[in-house]
Design a protein around this ligand. Structure first.
Ligand code: ADP
Ligand code: MG
Length: 232
């Protein structure tokens, strides 16, 4: 698929057969899913099923090793582009896809590099940077495209009840503002009220993908019934 083809559709996230290994451990075993602009997708599933790993491949804290991921029409490449400088890495998509003039893209890139704390690395190549610096470049590169997606990974899990309520309110508001949201959460009230779809992970695979009503009342897979009986 070409980037401009994907960008022209309503599909803001497209994952096709995404695999991720940690050593011998096969954490994501072929994730295929599509998220439309403005959709709210809640991801649930047992501990260790790959939910966080999936979110981390989307925000590039992890690299997938097989399959394809497109976010907003940009393919998230499996290997960094070693022959481009940090600056060029960040300005490439905005100039090619968003058609920003180079000067403007560079000014934005410098602001973003300052924001992530590595403005002095602009002219280096990623291979010359530490892992942490490379991740900050990846974040700056993503921000340069001004994405309209919010990824959450159990945003309320470490909070006390009052703060949980505040965070859920913010997420409600974001959802109402047409933001695309992918949220790993076991806040089933939120899932029921706000999600367009609930996706359940199990052992590195998507085992169910249904609107909340169907998901809770008429799940197709035994695994979902078992999981719901444990957490409800
Ligand atoms: P979840 O978020 O669904 O609880 P994770 O995505 O965090 O699950 O983890 C999925 C599996 O991958 C787990 O078995 C976990 O131990 C393993 N895993 C996650 N991150 C790493 C890592 N950096 N190195 C090795 N194994 C990992
Ligand atoms: Mg997790």
């Amino acid at each position: 698929m070409r980037a401009d083809t994907a960008a022209a559709t309503d599909d803001i996230i497209v994952c096709h057969d995404v695999h991720k290994w940690f050593g011998n451990f096969h954490a994501l075993r072929g994730i295929t899913t599509t998220v439309k602009r403005g959709e709210v997708v809640v991801i649930i599933g047992p501990s260790g099923s790959g939910k966080s790993t999936f979110i981390r491949t989307l925000n590039r804290l992890e690299q997938h090793q097989r399959g394809e991921i497109f976010v907003d029409g940009i393919e998230l490449s499996n290997d960094p582009v070693p022959h481009l400088t940090v600056m060029r890495n960040i300005t490439l998509a905005p100039t090619k896809v968003r058609k920003l003039p180079a000067r403007e893209a560079e000014a934005i890139a410098m602001e973003l590099l300052e924001r992530v704390g590595i403005p002095e690395q602009a002219d280096k190549y990623p291979a010359q940077l530490s892992g942490g610096q490379q991740q900050r470049v990846a974040i700056a590169r993503a921000l340069a495209m001004q994405p309209n997606i919010m990824l959450f990974d159990e945003p309320t899990s470490a909070l006390d009840p009052e703060m949980i309520k505040e965070v859920l309110e913010v997420m409600h508001e974001l959802a109402a503002s047409q933001m695309t949201i992918l949220a790993v959460t076991h806040e089933l009230g939120f899932a029921r009220e706000v999600a367009d779809r609930i996706v359940m992970f199990d052992e590195g695979l998507i085992v169910e993908d249904q609107p909340p009503d169907e998901f809770f009342n008429n799940p197709r897979h035994e695994r979902v019934k078992h999981f719901l009986s444990q957490i409800l």
